[in-house]
Ligand binder design. Structure first.
Ligand code: COA
Length: 152
């Protein structure tokens, strides 16, 4: 089993992260959202978009043997863009990425983490300790705002 590393985004990650996100959208999120929303999200998550996001947020990459298999982003105590290679789902990668950014947010003094979960990600966040705050309508459809208290 190769060692997994979580590291900051590099500009050459854009194409592979874009490919992971688009596979998730087509293979997983498409069960919960209509085709036009999935198409719009696929158009949104280009390699260049990741370069832009990395200028305004911390974008983290979990890689194994030099290959990115998951990503999550953080802006303070807010979570964005949590995606794991569908071939690697259910192996603890999402939990590891979330633990990583939760520890960083706690070290920055935040007392809770907040995420906007898709319908598809909702069960995952509940499983790792997030609780419902409210529902929210976004340009990409229904989202659930969830929070988790952080230990400081
Ligand atoms: C949702 C997602 C990020 C989870 O990542 P993952 O690496 O598969 O999750 P993990 O293996 O770390 O799972 C942690 C726990 O959550 C559970 N879990 C994972 N996905 C779940 C889901 N969709 N519903 C309910 N529970 C889930 C796991 O079974 C595991 O439970 P355990 O502690 O009892 O073993 C990933 O499946 C994904 O990228 N999905 C498609 C994109 C997406 O919806 N992203 C979220 C956007 S808000």
């Amino acid at each position: 089993m190769s060692v997994a590393t979580i590291r900051p985004y590099r500009s050459d990650d854009g194409p592979i992260l874009s490919a992971i996100v688009r596979r998730c959208l087509r293979e997983v999120n498409s069960r919960d959202y209509p085709a036009d929303v999935i198409d719009r999200m696929c158009r949104h998550f280009t390699a260049e978009r990741f370069d832009q996001l990395a200028t305004v947020r911390q974008v983290w990459v979990l890689e194994e043997a030099g290959t990115p298999v998951g990503t999550v982003s953080r802006d303070g105590n807010k979570v964005f863009t949590m995606f794991v290679d569908p071939d690697r789902a259910g192996q603890g990668i999402g939990r590891r990425l979330m633990t990583h950014i939760e520890e960083l947010a706690a070290a920055d003094g935040h007392d809770h983490m907040e995420t906007g979960a898709s319908i598809s990600g909702y069960g995952f966040y509940h499983r790792i300790g997030y609780v419902d705050v409210r529902e929210s309508d976004t340009e990409f459809g229904l989202n659930y705002i969830l929070r988790k208290p952080l230990r400081r």
